[in-house]
Design a protein around this ligand. Structure first.
Ligand code: IFM
Length: 469
């Protein structure tokens, strides 16, 4: 296997607005569902919020210089919807757009390609008050917001992503409730999934009409590399159910213009899916220029026999399942090494997903838009931060990407999650995913050894060895 990546490969880092920006009440920004959720006692560990986060809003220039020093050639960030369109309707406010314009100009000035995500989970609270993603209207509001951002930044941003991980928005937000807005209504979660799909399609339509012809459109999914615990028919059926709810519910309409029939059957007791209008599917199936894949760990499932009953969750702690219609499925901890999130370290899941979408979406370039790991990193006495576990994690996953390329996958880029330690949603600041350490008291940034290792890779396109010790 070659350890050299193709020329032109994008080497990036990724972040999301609510996780890093802070400045939650500045320049006309209003609360998003995550502001409301994080300020609700008991929803986020230690009561952490994104009010200040890592103060990226004020440290933008420093953070871009940090990236330039690492030698990455791309940066994936998200736009905060309530910063540019505070009520979720009507004209965008210039002050909000100015921040992203300045960010993009800084990036371009350092030769770093901006990769813009429109929605990384921060729905304006006013839209949630009007019903949120379970309501069809939210998809139209999203398209209107996409138009404003497209018109404002289309002259300088070529790569556009509609949604980040719509599975999390729909099922962690509306079924298990571990994410904002914290609802626990399985029927609402399925409606939300459809309206996220519709929002993706409508926004894609609008973006194509306002962006230059060479703009590239994508979506970032977090498909589950789901495996059956045994090859028994019952365990294989458990796998099929989770595959439908995690993966095909999005790729079905987006890539093939149809929801899977087995999904309808599995969820028939929860909803009749009458909220899907006939014309929606053609809208959702928009030609994409690449498919973004976010990957951290595989899932192992079985039938929920008595022995395994109640292990319905794979994401966060809730008595409510994020898997509507899959009560008959149990989740298992795969054996082997775990990250600080309790997620297993298994690069073969990434390889499998890249090969799967190579087969299922022939001709569609792939991009690993998130991959990384949380570890309990602490500065040493000399102030440096050594994170050998993260280097091993990254090395293994990048080797899997390289192997997939050898085997025919058209992978065009890799984005390390994350540039900086940041607000890890319901876990607050307790989990550190950054290649750059952030001291949350002083906001001091210190590149960890993984950042320096990644810089060598970005600079040469050749996978460096894992340092010994
Ligand atoms: O921090 C998140 C990110 O916002 C979305 N993908 C997974 C990451 C790690 O949990």
């Amino acid at each position: 296997m070659s350890d050299t990546f193709p020329p032109g490969f994008l080497w990036g880092t990724a972040t999301a607005a609510y996780q890093i920006e802070g400045a939650a009440r500045e320049n006309g920004r209003t609360p998003s569902i995550w502001d409301t959720f994080s300020h609700t006692p008991g929803k986020v560990a230690r009561g952490d919020t994104g009010d200040i986060a890592v103060d990226h809003f004020h440290r933008r220039a420093e953070d871009v210089r940090l990236m330039a020093d690492l030698g990455v050639n791309a940066y994936r960030f998200s736009v905060s919807w309530p910063r540019v369109q505070p009520t979720g309707r009507g004209p965008a406010i210039q002050r909000g757009l100015d921040f992203y314009r300045a960010l993009v100009d800084d990036l371009l000035g350092h030769g770093i390609e901006p990769v813009l995500t429109l929605y990384h989970w921060d729905l304006p609270q006013e839209l949630e008050a009007a019903g949120g993603w379970p309501e069809r209207e939210t998809a139209y509001r999203f398209a209107e917001y996409a138009r404003s951002v497209g018109e404002a930044l289309g002259d300088r941003v070529q790569r556009w992503t509609t949604l980040n991980e719509p599975w999390c928005s729909a099922f962690l937000g509306y079924a298990s409730g571990v994410h904002a807005p914290g609802r626990t209504d399985p029927a609402a979660a399925l409606r939300a999934a459809h309206h996220l799909n519709l929002g993706h399609g409508l926004a894609g339509q609008v973006l194509r009409s306002v962006l230059p012809a060479d703009a590239r459109l994508s979506v970032s999914l977090n498909p589950s590399a789901v495996r059956a615990r045994t090859q028994s028919p019952a365990d294989l059926d458990a796998r099929r159910r989770i595959d439908a709810l995690a993966n095909r519910i999005f790729t079905g309409p987006m890539l093939n213009g149809a929801y899977p029939e087995d999904l309808f059957a599995d969820t028939a007791r929860i909803t009749d899916w009458s909220f899907v209008h006939a014309a929606d599917l053609a809208t959702i199936r928009r030609p994409l220029d690449s498919l973004g894949i976010n990957y951290y760990a595989p899932a192992v499932v079985s039938a929920a026999t008595d022995e395994f009953a109640g292990r319905h969750d794979g994401h966060g702690e809730s008595e409510h399942s994020p898997w509507p219609g899959a009560d008959s499925v149990a989740f298992h901890q795969p054996p082997g090494e775990l990250t600080e999130m309790g997620w297993s370290v298994d690069p073969s899941g990434l390889y499998d997903l890249l090969m799967r979408y190579t087969r299922e979406a022939p001709g569609l370039p792939l991009m690993v838009t998130e991959n990384g790991a949380a570890y309990a990193d602490r500065p040493g006495a000399d102030g440096t931060v050594h994170d050998p576990d993260r280097i091993r994690y990254l090395h293994g996953h990048l080797a899997a990407v390289r192997r997939a390329i050898d085997d025919g996958a058209d992978v065009r880029g890799y984005f390390l999650w994350s540039l900086l330690d940041n607000f890890e949603w319901a876990y607050g600041y307790g989990k550190r995913f950054g290649a750059v350490h952030v001291d949350y008291e002083t906001q001091r940034r210190t590149p960890k050894s993984s950042a320096l290792w990644y810089a060598r890779l970005a600079g040469t396109g050749v996978l460096p060895e894992v340092p010994v010790g």
